[in-house]
Design a protein around this ligand. Structure first.
Ligand SMILES: [Zn+2]
Length: 549
């Protein structure tokens, strides 16, 4: 039997829990809080959430943790914040950078992302890495790692085994300039570390110089930087990650595939967590990136789309579907333009199969995993998103859909055969949402050829005799159609072009010029169905008269 990948992973985690006597299934996820968190960051959490949901379904006690990596240094001023964020914060941990009302930079972005995740049906336990370091139990692990390394214990031999020469096991935060990127450990004495802020260091595109300060820190004692309380430093990533697994008792964690290479963080971390912290490495779920129109998403470069951006233009379930239908190691490219239309069609089809009982086990699991608030009581009345985008423009909807507009839209859906019967209360609300989102999609992402405005009055258009002949033939064909089904109308266009012996390309162009004043537009049958045969015929007749006048 073919199972969904989340089901396969969950069973692996189940065995892992059993083998190591772990009671609750902690699934961890996380991201660096370098700026606005986007859909690329969401793949991590959606993947964790999918495995967690299956585990929960199978009766386990589950926690989904999301860690904000907030002690990492700011490497670049994000493009969105150029001129707003001071360059002196380069090399300073995100948690030690105050913005607006004094909120740490990292918490500002993390809180926003956690709220967005909730809107997408993911309730994570948010753990700040900085706050972890300020907990006694975690500080104990930090001390163990630092002592081991500086007393030539196991850490050093693990690093040598992997050929890692220069390992920054501990990175102090300079209490004078607040930077973490410019410090070096000088000596270690129990809980105390002596450090110096010196030398030149490349951070992102900048070269930062140490401020020359020499100081002492206690691993248990937070310090104050820029008026914010932060830990005195952090472990290097390769040691921090396993310490976190042990401390939070992580049983499964998705992470970007770059950590999964031979000799990468996961492999090194697995040895460290077992040898130094006496805890088993979690079940890994490496994943590929989500690019946006072929390019890596990056908040610092300003090339990204957020969960909120998505929710404005499409049902949230479709994003969950976009991520969860493919195995984690499949590369995904997000296309919010025409690509979105196909994606929505695919999701509608899955939903129909689910409700008709045709879906197999894998598809049923997938559908349930896409849901934000559970499975609805009935199958939504699927008027295609692409048709809604046309209707929204015919009705001149701008975002909000009032009751009157909704009724007019439903009339069109019934008349064109997109609905077979009056929709229920649930169906009406669902259609309202789809129309609103489709109208915003037109505004923000639709390519030029999908945008139009139907002429209010017929106008004179420059037409030659063959184009006029086509339009007259079209009027006759439109009188004969028996329904306003878009496909049937589309056939009428081809028939009329044949009647008048005009090439279809030329025929369609004449039609678009008359109805929407452009050379191109949505499929002619679809447009005619949405506008209505009578209205379209009126425009053609009026235009023929005006043009001949
Ligand atoms: Zn300094």
């Amino acid at each position: 039997m073919k199972r969904h990948w989340a089901e396969v992973k969950a069973r692996e985690v189940e065995e892992h829990l059993e083998r190591h006597g772990l009671e609750s299934a902690v699934v961890a996820s996380g991201a660096s809080t370098s700026g606005r968190l986007h859909i690329g960051n969401a793949r991590d959490v959606l993947t964790a959430d999918a495995v967690a949901r299956v585990l929960e379904d199978r009766g386990h006690d589950v926690r989904v943790i999301w860690v904000s990596d907030d002690v990492d240094p700011l490497r670049r001023i994000p493009r969105d914040l150029e001129g707003e964020l001071d360059e002196r914060y380069l090399g300073v941990p995100y948690k030690a950078i105050p913005i607006e009302d004094g909120t740490p930079y990292s918490d500002h972005w993390a809180a926003r992302f956690v709220r967005e995740l909730r809107e997408f049906g993911i309730d994570v336990e948010w753990v700040s890495s900085a706050e972890l370091y300020m907990e006694e139990g975690f500080a104990e692990l930090v001390r163990r790692a630092v002592r081991d390394y500086y007393e030539n214990g196991r850490l050093g031999s693990i690093f040598r085994r992997f050929g890692l020469k220069e390992a920054r096991v501990y990175m102090p935060i300079c209490e004078r300039c607040g930077r973490i990127a410019t410090t070096r450990v000088k000596s270690v004495d129990g809980w105390e570390i002596e450090y110096a802020c010196e030398g030149r260091h490349r951070v992102g595109d900048a070269v930062l110089e140490g401020c020359g300060h020499r100081g002492r820190l206690d691993l248990r004692t937070p310090i104050e930087v820029n008026g914010l309380e932060v830990p005195p430093g952090k472990l290097g990533w390769k040691v921090e990650w396993p310490a976190r697994w042990a401390y939070l008792r992580v049983a499964c964690e998705p992470f970007g595939k770059d950590h999964y290479v031979s000799g990468g963080s996961y492999e090194v971390g697995s040895e460290i967590v077992e040898e130094l912290f006496d805890f088993p490495a979690p079940v890994p779920v490496p994943y590929e990136w989500i690019t946006l129109e072929g390019e890596a998403m990056s908040s610092s470069k300003g090339h990204y789309a957020t969960l909120s951006d998505w929710a404005e233009v499409c049902h949230r379930e479709v994003l969950r579907y976009f991520v969860l239908r493919s195995k984690p190691l499949k590369h995904l490219d997000l296309d919010l333009g025409l690509g979105l239309l196909q994606l929505v069609d695919d999701y509608d089809e899955l939903e129909e199969r689910y409700f008709s009982g045709e879906a197999d086990e894998r598809e049923r699991r997938l559908y349930e995993l896409t849901r934000v608030d559970g499975v609805p009581e009935e199958c939504p009345p699927h008027v295609p998103f692409r048709f809604c985008a046309v209707v929204a423009q015919v009705l001149d909807v701008r975002g909000e859909v009032g009751s009157e507009e909704l009724e007019r839209a439903i009339e069109i859906f019934l008349r064109t055969g997109h609905l077979e019967e009056e929709p229920s209360g649930f169906g009406r609300e669902w259609l309202r949402e789809r129309l609103e989102k489709a109208s915003r999609w037109v505004d923000r992402y639709a390519p030029e050829e999908a945008r139009f405005r139907v002429r209010e009055e017929p106008e004179a258009v420059d037409l030659d005799e063959s184009e006029r002949a086509f339009l007259r033939a079209l009027l006759r064909r439109l009188e004969e159609v028996e329904s306003e089904d878009p496909s049937e109308l589309q056939r009428a266009f081809f028939d009329a072009a044949r009647d008048a012996d005009v090439k279809p390309g030329r025929a369609f162009r004449a039609f678009y010029r008359v109805v929407i004043g452009k050379d191109r537009g949505p499929r002619a049958g679809t447009l005619t169905a949405a506008v209505g045969v009578d209205r379209v015929s009126e425009l053609i007749r009026g235009c023929l008269e005006a043009s001949e006048g």
